[in-house]
Design a protein around this ligand. Structure first.
Ligand code: NI
Ligand code: MN
Length: 223
């Protein structure tokens, strides 16, 4: 299984029968895409904000990929003739490639459109299980005690926001790691805009009990 960092909270996940994107707001600084757009099978969208929905519509149309998100975002995308798999917070489902659970996030989920802000349901995160490996993508969230419930999931790789202002900052993300106890954590959602500037090295130096891997743009982590 491999995870490639595409900037912000965007990742490419390849393993088993899946070639997936998570929150595909892909950095324009990325010179070569580490995937073939036409081959994408699934796109996970944690919430409706533009820096997470990203290129979902274009990539889903080009690839025919199924978008996995909450019911409200899926309803919005379905009207654009995109294949969807709606689910909701706390729900778990077995799909062809493995199991997916939607987790809560403390955040918003409005979808910005030309006609104003559309209701995007509740924001979430995902626990994605493929071939016995579990990845947790937190989406955008503040620190919440609900994260303690993830401890028994035995998360292999946790993707956590550290940039502050809209999400957890370093201090709170360190506390999140203590609640979740993943084997490894990869920081995300920092440095894209001045307001979410944060040092991943500082985060790494403060985390106790879990390994930290800082991925640079386009870097791949295999596990
Ligand atoms: Ni957001
Ligand atoms: Mn965001």
């Amino acid at each position: 299984m491999k995870l490639t960092y595409l900037g912000h909270s965007a990742f490419y996940l390849e393993g088993g029968k899946v070639k997936a994107l998570i929150d595909p707001f892909i950095s324009e600084k990325l010179e070569n895409l580490p995937f073939d757009t036409k081959e994408i099978t699934h796109i996970f969208v944690t919430h409706g904000h533009a820096d997470h929905l990203g290129s979902t519509v274009n990539i889903a149309k080009e690839s025919g990929a199924t978008v996995i998100s909450n019911f409200e975002i899926c309803t919005y995308l379905q009207k654009k003739n995109i294949k969807v798999h709606p689910m909701h917070i706390g729900g778990r489902v077995k799909l062809e490639f493995g199991r997916v659970k939607m987790t809560p996030a403390l955040h918003g989920s409005g979808i910005e459109t030309e006609d104003g802000m559309l209701y995007g349901g509740n924001p979430g995160g995902f626990v994605i299980e493929i071939d016995g490996q579990k990845i947790y993508h937190a989406g955008d969230t503040g620190l919440t005690l609900d994260m303690k419930l993830l401890e028994v999931e035995n998360i292999d790789v946790a993707l956590l926001p550290i940039g502050g202002n809209f999400t957890m900052d370093i201090e709170d993300a360190v506390r999140a790691v203590e609640l979740i106890k993943p084997k490894l954590v990869i920081p995300m959602h920092y440095g894209t805009f001045p307001i979410i500037e944060a040092s991943p090295e500082e985060f790494a130096s403060k985390v106790v009990g879990s390994e930290v891997r800082i991925l640079s743009l386009g870097e791949e982590y295999s596990f």
